[in-house]
Design a binder for this molecule. Structure first.
Ligand code: AP5
Length: 211
């Protein structure tokens, strides 16, 4: 079997990044994440303005910019976990023309839990490690276990922007979930369990569809 091509879906804070990291380690595949790619180019001037203008308001960055990022990443990858894309119907169409998928994972988490997870998240600006002040705290408060850098809060993880992101998700991306729900590749996972429990379900779903 060739390397798995996995799409991971879920609301902001559902645990996509957390589980994607484990998928990449377990299957030796690439993590294609539009959020990280856009954060790395947040101040880039384009004909649509900078990505920062949209991201800090909790809105979607214009499709042509994001589609270009995904097309370039897919070209270089055999197996992958695609995280943060597609987020609307037009991105779904673009993706369906670009590649096929073996598994579509959907992490289901309630809104109250999403807000708790996002506002408590702290990330390492140097190595990208992600923590939570309550659920996954670093050994020393505010310091990255992996590289010792000072942890920061993402600009869009403040409560006000989190609410906007969840609204944007509801308006645009819930239709994407419904689109994939009727396909054979779709698997829904209870994302409110502990990270290890979620991982057990995620791994079982991928193994059963790729063996
Ligand atoms: P993006 O970076 O993709 O953010 P997101 O979808 O909002 O997802 P997050 O990374 O915030 O959450 P996650 O599900 O990965 O959660 P994590 O694992 O970290 O996008 C940011 C912005 O970029 C968008 O708003 C938009 O502007 C733009 N953008 C991106 N893609 C785009 C696109 N395709 N089109 C247009 N614009 C686009 O977990 C969260 C926290 O919970 C962590 O602290 C973690 O430790 C904790 N946690 C995880 N799992 C558990 C668990 N099981 N139990 C308890 N705590 C847990």
């Amino acid at each position: 079997m060739s390397d798995p091509r996995i799409l991971i879906l879920g609301a902001p804070g559902a645990g996509k990044g957390t589980q994607s990291k484990r998928l990449c380690e377990a299957y030796g595949i690439e993590h294609i994440t539009t959020g990280d790619a856009l954060r790395a180019n947040k101040q880039m001037e384009t004909e649509y303005g900078t990505p920062a203008e949209y991201m800090d308001a909790g809105e979607l960055v214009p499709d042509p910019l994001v589609n270009e990022i995904v097309a370039a990443a897919l070209e270089d990858a055999d197996g992958f976990v695609l995280d943060g894309y597609p987020r609307n119907e037009s991105q779904v169409e673009y993706l369906e023309d670009a590649t096929e998928l073996d598994v579509v994972l959907y992490l289901d988490v309630s809104e109250e839990e999403l807000v708790r997870r996002l506002t408590g998240r702290r990330v390492c600006p140097d190595c990208g490690a992600s923590y939570h002040v309550e659920f996954n705290a670093p050994e020393e408060t505010g310091v990255c276990d992996e590289c010792g850098a000072e942890l920061v809060q993402r600009d869009d993880d403040t409560e006000e922007t989190v609410r906007e992101r969840l609204k944007t998700y509801e308006e645009n991306t819930e239709d994407v979930i419904e689109h994939y729900r009727s396909t054979d590749e779709f698997v829904e996972v209870d994302g409110e369990q502990t990270p290890d429990e979620v991982w057990a379900d995620v791994k079982a779903a991928v193994d059963s569809r790729t063996e």
